[in-house]
Design a protein around this ligand. Structure first.
Ligand code: FAS
Ligand code: PHB
Length: 389
């Protein structure tokens, strides 16, 4: 039987960042991941980092490439009724955001963990949690036909929305809150220069669209699509036409088309599980909550959960303190719910909800108020760059 102090399930951003912060503080960890390293890196997801997340990655010692290659954006644009309106994040909220793909964050964290010598088990099958409601939690899994086991002090469930951690909790001990949106996002990655040097969120009668990027030569675009949309119905030509039809004329004219190198459809959901702690099991990241990507909060919430959990675990091992562990769930959920609210609000004001005349009038009022009020823009800006940890 193996032994460690904190067993982490999941080698995504939450698990890797937690592992890195704990390792640097001298806390032993083992990460158990059911996919391969390459599969985890192949997933195209988030693209925007809040300054708090960048600072945490610096604290973890993995910000060198991010500082070199990340694109700092001082503003973001909202386009509707043919006009693009810039929200000056730096002027209104005192900070900008950094565009740096989640894939790159994950790669930097994986490389750091490899260099540190801290152990990760990839392609672990049938990961199971045991005894986390007592003082001696354990993890078991299978690999290459053999069963393995690790005894630990704590388990961190960083295994995303379809993981085993939350599923292992007694349903009677869990409260869940969910909102399903009646549409998804069709995303395209293409090696073409971005249409705009900053992100453009577009609201249009045909549906929402987003212009983002990964570098000055690699663009990331999204269009709102029906829940039953199929990739085979969206050849590149149709995607580019629909994207340009939804953008303001200046942005549409600047779109450079090219072959997609990745194309995927993601459903939109708001979800929160409470609490985020069950005995010696702590949930962090998508294992505990989901937000529609409209507010660019998913990855950044994983980071703030990890900030609170790492701080609490380090206090426990260094000073025998338990206050941080006791306060973890309430502290994390307080920030989670504010981000859930903002992500729901951004989704509600920018997407097309069919057969909802009242809702459409409210959207127009929201957007008109936003463009006419510096206070409203400041509220958007402070939420977009991220509320304090
Ligand atoms: P992750 O899901 O990233 O990582 C969980 C890890 O646990 C995975 O590697 C998984 O393989 C592993 N795992 C799962 N079950 C396991 C088991 N039983 N045993 C062992 N390991 C297991 N956020 C944004 O901000 N902007 C976006 O545009 C955006 N787009 C997204 C698109 C999609 C399709 C998805 C699913 C999410 C998107 N998100 C976006 C949110 C996303 O970035 C998450 O917030 C982020 O990945 C959260 O990181 P983790 O909590 O580490 O979860
Ligand atoms: C992205 O670049 O993938 C991205 C950016 C902002 C969002 C969502 C996704 O709100």
């Amino acid at each position: 039987m193996l032994r460690t102090q904190v067993a982490i399930i999941g080698s995504g951003p939450a698990g890797l960042l937690l592992g890195q912060l704990l390792h640097r503080a001298g806390v032993d960890t083992l990460i158990v991941e059911h996919r391969s390293r390459d599969h985890v890196l192949s997933r195209i997801r988030a693209g925007v980092l809040e300054p708090g997340t960048v600072a945490l990655l610096a604290e973890a010692g993995v910000d060198a490439r991010l500082r070199r290659e990340g694109l700092v954006h001082d503003g973001v644009a909202i386009a509707f009724e043919g006009t693009r309106h810039r929200i000056d994040l730096r002027a209104l909220a005192g900070a900008g955001v950094t565009v740096y793909g989640q894939t790159e964050v994950t790669r930097d964290l994986m490389d750091a963990r490899l260099a540190s010598g801290a152990p990760t088990v990839y392609e672990a099958e049938d990961v199971a949690l045991h005894g986390f409601d007592g003082a001696s939690p354990r993890l078991t899994w299978r690999r290459d036909g053999a069963t393995a086991e690790v005894a630990c002090d704590f388990i961190a469930g960083c295994d995303g929305s379809h993981g085993v951690s939350r599923a292992s909790v007694d349903p009677a001990a869990l409260a869940t809150y969910e909102k399903i949106y009646p549409f998804g996002w069709l995303g395209v990655l293409a090696d073409v220069p971005p249409a705009s040097h900053e992100l453009v969120y577009a609201a249009h009668d045909r549906g929402f669209a987003l212009c983002s990027m990964r570098s000055p030569t690699r663009s990331r675009y999204y269009v709102q699509c029906p829940l039953d949309a199929r990739l085979e119905d969206w050849p590149d030509a149709r995607f580019w036409d629909e994207l340009r039809a939804r953008l303001d004329p200046a942005s549409a004219a600047a779109v450079v088309t090219g072959p997609s190198i990745e194309k995927s459809i993601a459903p939109l959901r708001s979800f929160v599980a409470e609490p985020m702690r069950f005995g010696r099991l702590f949930l962090a990241g998508d294992a505990a909550h989901l937000v529609p990507p409209t507010g660019a909060k998913g990855l950044n919430l994983a980071a703030s959960d990890v900030h609170y959990l790492a701080e609490a675990l380090i206090d426990h091992y260094r000073a025998g303190a338990s206050a941080g562990l006791e306060a973890y769930s309430a502290r994390a959920l307080a920030r989670v719910w504010k981000a859930v609210r903002f992500s729901w609000w951004m989704t509600t004001i920018l997407h097309r909800f069919v057969d909802d005349g009242f809702g459409q009038r409210l959207q127009r009022a929201e957007l008109a108020y936003l463009m006419g009020s510096e206070a409203a823009r400041a509220a958007l800006a402070e939420n977009y760059v991220g509320l304090p940890f």
